[in-house]
Design a protein around this ligand. Structure first.
Ligand code: ATP
Length: 343
């Protein structure tokens, strides 16, 4: 198999603002055609990394290569990347078509080619036929897609997206997550996407770089990061932190350390129910029952100390699960689903 080539190579990238170390020695290879997400809490350095790739921010240390060429000291306009921001300022007095053509006009691309490329870009974001509208005649999601088309029309090797869905309401956002991924697959451009929303990252990415305090805490596929968090921070930030630690781990699993078991892997059983082969079980008392439509969440205080969460799909016609509050139960899970986070 041919190894995919590296579109962006970051080595020991660092940047401080006064006393604040925003980015602290980041190494990262983004592969050609990949959808890579920088995920992390506010202030963890994601945007600064993106801005350094774009050339808007100079690193204090380290190097940036695009397609094998060192661009660390190259100005933004000479880099083959485009950026889409959350604040997708379209020109209000220009039609959608003219908005998209604008960048090509500046580059003196001939008129016929401009029209053809803008039309193609509009079609790639599923807005064929919308060229004559004014931005004010579009919904938020459509405007965001025009902003995307405006970047795609330049046919960059790499597209950098800084929380581009941040301004949309949840429904539209979820819809755009699926669409954006489809568009990326169609056009085959490398996407580097910044978000602090873990669901968004899990939905769209080929790989996720989880940021914490200016460093990459973990780099892996959505499944890797979710099922096998490398640190307690990742376990807590991506998904619900559900940890068995120290004495509790020793009592239940026969080993100390910090273990993670995802809530949807945990079943709630009666105290006398059989646990089944290959499963671990622990007794506790239900503290909280939260009905969330598709599923119900249980928070259980364990007899050995600490607490765990269990999430159950509401696939059956459910009895009144609220009645379980205060009851003694067993929590059980397949031992293959427990994962050692730290020794
Ligand atoms: P958010 O999700 O809130 O955008 P982020 O993970 O993208 O956060 P950055 O914007 O990269 O984080 O910021 C990292 C740190 O660097 C923060 O502490 C921030 O306050 C600081 N910082 C970023 N840009 C500047 C600047 N121009 N001047 C001073 N401090 C800055």
């Amino acid at each position: 198999m041919v190894e995919p080539s590296v579109a962006i190579r970051l080595r020991n990238l660092s940047r401080s603002f006064g006393d604040v170390v925003a980015v602290n020695g980041v190494d990262l290879d983004v592969l050609d055609g990949e959808f890579l997400t920088l995920l992390g809490p506010s202030g963890s350095g994601k945007t600064t990394v993106l801005r350094m790739i774009a050339g808007f921010e100079r690193p204090d240390g380290g190097t940036i290569e695009l397609d094998g060429v060192d661009v660390t000291n190259t100005p933004p306009y000479a880099r083959d990347v485009n950026t889409v921001f959350q604040d997708y300022a379209l020109f209000p007095h220009m039609s959608v078509q003219k908005n998209i053509e604008y960048g090509l006009k500046v580059k003196k691309v001939p008129s016929a080619e401009r029209v053809a490329r803008a039309t193609e870009a509009l079609e790639s974001v599923r807005l064929g036929g919308y060229g004559d509208r004014a931005p004010s005649q579009l919904s938020g999601g459509q405007r965001q897609r025009v902003a995307l088309a405006r970047a795609l029309v330049n046919r960059p090797k790499v597209l950098l997206l800084d929380e581009p869905l941040g301004a949309l309401d949840l429904k539209l956002r979820e819809q755009m997550q699926v669409e954006l991924k489809e568009i990326q697959r169609d056009v085959g451009i490398t996407f580097v996407f910044v978000t602090h929303d873990q669901d968004e990252a899990l939905t769209m990415s080929d790989r996720i770089a989880v940021f914490s305090e200016g460093r990459i805490a973990q780099l892996g596929s959505p499944t890797d990061v979710y099922e096998h968090p490398a640190t307690p921070f990742v376990a807590g930030f991506v998904g619900t932190s559900n940890l068995l630690e120290g004495e509790a781990a020793l009592a239940v699993l026969g080993r100390g350390g910090t273990w993670s078991v995802r809530p949807e892997k945990v079943r709630v059983l009666g105290v006398d129910d059989p646990v089944g082969d290959g499963r671990h079980a622990v007794r506790g008392r239900v503290r909280e029952v939260v009905y969330v439509g598709m599923s119900t969440r249980f928070v259980v205080d364990l007899a050995v100390g600490g607490s765990l969460m269990a999430v159950q799909q509401n696939s059956e016609l459910s009895a009144d699960l609220n009645g379980l509050r205060g009851q003694d139960v067993q929590l059980a899970w397949d031992s293959r689903h427990e994962y050692l986070v730290t020794e």
